[in-house]
Design a protein around this ligand. Structure first.
Ligand SMILES: C[S@@+](CC[C@H](N)C(=O)[O-])C[C@H]1O[C@@H](n2cnc3c(N)ncnc32)[C@H](O)[C@@H]1O
Length: 202
């Protein structure tokens, strides 16, 4: 089943995020990822992060973690789930949209931090290519692009087959100008010369 065929409704989020029997997500794991992404972005920007774009944001659960550290952060979430946007859109600034159609969403020219957490590895390669063009243009600082491969051992709502290899994703991201500086964090083309040689992971 592809990501688009699945229903990201309330039952989905209850199952994987809330029900103590079945959930695989925790507030702690989002808090740790958010701390990692924020501090990596600020290390390279040499200032606090002001703006964040979260694509495939789900219910916008990153927002409270980001605001705990940076209370005035401007956060925009894009997600393809009508349920998530209807329920949390106004409160958390979430908009309906997809990775493939980012150019038709009303977005800023640049964001200090771009997040795509737990979403990209389900997408068809053509959609990935389209979305990465938009994101590369808008990454003013770093992008947290979380990708799992066929070589990872995964628990939860993951595709059973069809995951790509690490070398496939590395080449794809490099081709779009993203430079890996550790743990799903990539410098965008704008800051590409800011990493020392030993900070780049090739
Ligand atoms: C596993 S959830 C991850 C949510 C959130 N990023 C997190 O880390 O908790 C995957 C999300 O991707 C969204 N999604 C599915 N297809 C998408 C697409 N083509 N473009 C953007 N978002 C999509 C779903 O609606 C769902 O909210």
């Amino acid at each position: 089943m592809t990501l688009q065929e699945k229903s990201y409704d309330r039952a989905y989020f209850d199952r994987w995020y809330r029900d103590p029997e079945t959930r695989v997500k925790s507030a702690g794991s989002i808090r740790r990822k958010s701390a990692l992404a924020l501090s990596t972005a600020e290390y390279y920007l040499e200032r606090p992060v002001k703006s964040v774009l979260d694509v495939g944001c789900g219910e916008g659960n990153w927002l409270s973690c980001l605001r705990k550290v940076r209370p005035s952060i401007q956060y925009t979430g894009i997600d393809a789930s009508p349920y998530a946007v209807e329920r949390f859109g106004k409160k958390r600034n979430l908009r309906l949209g997809s990775f493939a159609s980012l150019e038709s969403c009303v977005l800023k020219k640049s964001y200090d931090l771009i997040i795509c957490s737990d979403t990209l590895f389900y997408l068809p390669v053509e959609e990935l290519e389209m979305g990465l063009v938009s994101l590369a243009r808008r990454t003013g600082g770093i992008a947290f692009l979380e990708l799992y491969t066929g070589g990872d051992s995964l628990i939860g709502d993951f595709p059973q087959e069809g995951l790509q290899t690490a070398s496939f994703y590395r080449q794809l991201l490099r081709r779009h100008g993203f430079i890996l500086v550790g743990s799903h964090c990539y410098l965008g083309p704008e800051l590409k010369d800011h990493a020392m040689e030993m900070e780049r992971i090739s």
